[in-house]
Design a protein around this ligand. Structure first.
Ligand code: COA
Length: 328
């Protein structure tokens, strides 16, 4: 019998502190840095973002999102036999131990199932979901927690107005289960390391210390141009692989980086923006967490229904990009 993989529960978590553009602009103004709600909204569509408390790490956000996804799936933590966490802001420098292992421990799972992190920055969730799908279809896992979690506020330079206004913290999770009916219909992943320098966290470990600036660097215009090109291409690849037309999609859930990139992608695919889930206005860019956060919001508010066909797609540092087409 063919084994399929299907999303059977979603969950998400946002840290309590919500910072509006006006509040952020006022905080930056105290450092002599000028920005405005008008500039941020017009360039990115972002109005607010959430920032984690100093004691909250990526694993804490992930655990909250995971608990909600497990509850939605009607499962206990012990039913999970694999945890994949996508993050670029892990609890420990160098992912040592991995955030997935920390999440496993915090969820009290002692069944010896595997747990590991995936590093593909803002494409992290689609990379992690594709990996989970492959584990299930190969018969190597049955119930997988796939989590995107980020505390990007830790790697933002709050003296660089070109980046610090764009990102936020949060986590989203899904339970991907083995199923006898189709769920994940197609996965397409890509990377091109030659563009690594346009969006990166350049610090690197030496034998004695961390060398280089520890904050995120981004060439915004170069990222913009590459993102709009690859997102359209990978969306069409995933659709073609499954023999699905863009017009058959119920929902497009793009990585929530920038409303202009998202609208551009929907337009290129011939989709009305009414069919696109948008949370970037309230969340900012939460990197690997953005797609599962948006997915969970649209599931919980009733827009996404069982049987709907959804296309999730991400793009980010590496450079990486990818898409997952799924039936809910
Ligand atoms: C970052 C981004 C919003 C910048 O928008 P842009 O239209 O390209 O703006 P520019 O970089 O050309 O800057 C325009 C001006 O605004 C200024 N500016 C930059 N950030 C600002 C801010 N927060 N507030 C006010 N002004 C700002 C610049 O200094 C520049 O001023 P100048 O013309 O006097 O030099 C845009 O390039 C973008 O969205 N890129 C993609 C980012 C992204 O999605 N990254 C994540 C991918 S996973």
């Amino acid at each position: 019998m063919t084994v399929y993989s299907k999303i059977i529960g979603t969950g998400s978590y946002l840290p309590a502190t919500r910072v509006t553009n006006h509040e952020l602009a006022a905080q930056l103004a105290e450092k002599g840095i000028e920005t405005s709600d008008e500039w941020i909204v017009s360039r990115s569509g972002i109005s607010a973002r959430h920032f984690a408390a100093p004691e909250e790490n990526a694993s804490d956000l992930a655990v909250e999102a995971a608990r909600r996804a497990l509850e939605a799936a009607g499962l206990q933590a012990g039913d999970i036999d694999l945890i994949i966490v996508a993050t670029s802001t892990p609890d420990f420098y160098g992912n040592f131990p991995s955030t997935a292992c920390i999440v496993q421990n915090k969820l009290g799972i002692q069944n010896g199932g595997a747990a590991f992190d995936v590093s593909a920055v803002c494409s992290g969730f689609v990379y992690a979901l594709s990996t989970a799908d492959a584990f299930i279809k190969a018969g190597n896992a049955k119930r997988v927690l796939v989590i995107g979690t980020e505390v990007f506020s830790r790697i933002l330079d709050f003296t660089d107005r070109t980046t610090c206004v764009l990102f936020g913290d949060g986590a989203g999770a899904v339970v991907l289960s083995a199923s006898d009916e189709p769920g994940v219909l197609a996965v397409k992943l890509h990377a091109d390391g030659s563009h690594g320098h346009i969006l990166c966290g350049p610090a690197n470990p030496t034998s004695a210390a961390v060398a280089g600036p520890r904050f995120l660097y981004m060439d915004g215009q170069a990222v913009f141009k590459l993102a709009v090109t690859v997102l359209e291409k990978v969306a069409n690849e995933a659709l073609a692989h499954a023999g699905v037309q863009a017009s058959d999609l119920d929902w497009l859930i793009p990585h929530q980086a920038n409303l202009r990139i998202m609208n551009g992608t929907a337009k290129k695919l011939g989709l009305s923006t009414d069919k696109m889930v948008v949370t970037v206005n309230e969340h900012g860019n939460t990197s690997a967490a953005s797609i599962p956060l948006a997915l969970d919001q649209a599931v919980r508010d009733g827009r996404i229904q069982p049987g709907h066909t959804i296309l999730m797609e991400g793009v980010g540092g590496g450079f990486t990009w990818g898409a997952v087409l799924a039936r809910m």
